[in-house]
Design a protein around this ligand. Sequence first.
Ligand code: G1P
Ligand code: ZN
Length: 539
Amino acid sequence: MIKTVKTTPYLDQKMGTAGLRKKTKEALKPNYVENFLQSIFNTIQNLNQKSFLVGGDGRYYNKVIIQKIIKIAIANQVKKLYIGQDGLVSTPAGSHIILKNKLDGGLVLTASHNPGGIDGDFGIKYSTSTGGQCQPHESAAIYEQTKTITEYKIADIPDVDLSELKTYKFENTEIEVIDPYVDYIEMIEGIFDFNKLKELLTSDFRFVFDAMNGVTGPYAQKIFEEILGAPKGSVHNAIPKEDFGGLHPDPNLIYAKHLVDLMYSDNAPDFAAANDGDGDRNMILGNHFFVSPSDCLAIITDNYKLIPAYKNGIYGVAKSAATSMAVKKVADNLKIGYYEVPTGWKYFINLMDSNRITFCGEESFGTGAAHIREKDGIWATLFWLSIVADCKKSVKDIALTHWQKYGRNYYLRNDYEGIPQEIADKLMKDLEDSLPRLTGKTFGDYTVSEAYPFIYNDPVDHTSTKNGLIVHFTDGSRIVYRLSGTGTNGATLRTYIERYVTDKLLENPEEMLHELGKISREISDVTNRTGKRKPDIIT
Ligand code: G1P
Ligand code: ZN
């Protein structure tokens, strides 16, 4: 019943910022996923005592791979798999299920906010018992296995029915199909004041949640419509679809344009939130207003006392280096700990586990807290609704009040996509070499105060390099350069641009950052090297 299959390595299975991510067609290559799964199991001792969660965001190919995971797990004598009904589980709910049940890890099948379908992307996030994605040394160990693998083991059994909540036993492995919603909902109810939220959502307050045909649809319908009483239909694009109904399930100004258009129309609701395919990213919008993710983290932190779970105090806050400095101003004012980490949620985990931080966030539409070890789109939405319910102001007025208190960090991310890898690597190397010569140099109105490669010293156990390059200016403005770790098409150069002001609080960010954008190209020499005169995407 157990087969050993000979295989040859693929050399491209290094995990990036968020697990393994590939074009679906590449992942369909013979033994591709099998190699990766066996490589993970090869790095874990005593599998017969280990239990894992399995599920995903409902994208194309997940159902096929879940059946492979079951069979490979049985063949490797894994003790137990908990599988989300119909193969579904959101990334935040998955983290909670691992922590609550003290599991040894999980495989969440998602390429997050990347499009799905045969022409889209496929991905695997491998989490450990921390409830978060594996740490850099763990992914390095798996990568080593993938480079030398010669065989994998697989059980020869029929596919398992995942539509009913049932437990099966094959050989020594138990397979339990679980409800992927209940535990998460119970946990989130324990954080917020649901009575207050219910009052808001059953009033004439107009609310929209856009699940972008990803996995959060059913979670959001249960939470916002069934429990909190928002009118039926408040959750848009609520049914998980294998190709996300053609949407690119990334909640930002470009890919959620339909929602942005609604929020800037004459008939705009009071509040809208969107989540990505696997439910960890969020975008918050008000009537004719967009909350940038960096501001989102700052405003949430400033309002922690409004939420029952945090009213007695929070530890500290962390942001990725690429995220704007807005939250630092709040942390300084509240006199709480403040940390800056590399890009990738995994870097927050040690800080949470060691009680150094409670909240954290990334500019890439990720906000979250220590209730789990992943970012959490529904949590961020409930937090914002709680702020609105308490101060009875519009989203725009909440942000404006915040900027009047702290100043505003205008912020944009410029992405240059599809660059040949060698050109991108050379650009970063030459830029890094030029940093020492930048200090003191003036570009138009801006003078460089400091420029350095970002080296992160994790306070618990590691140091991490190659996290991007930071250029500070004397007025508090900054430019950060780094290469994406999640792209599936050549290299993407991300340039993060920020300008701090205490007046001119309601200007257009593109105008406020126009000059710095040009300076960022002058410093990186991106146009000469790639032929690109402007970014492919500005968010
Ligand atoms: C991107 C984001 C990063 C986020 C990751 C996973 O990674 O920039 O903040 O953690 O997706 O959602 P990047 O492509 O920049 O490496
Ligand atoms: Zn995601």
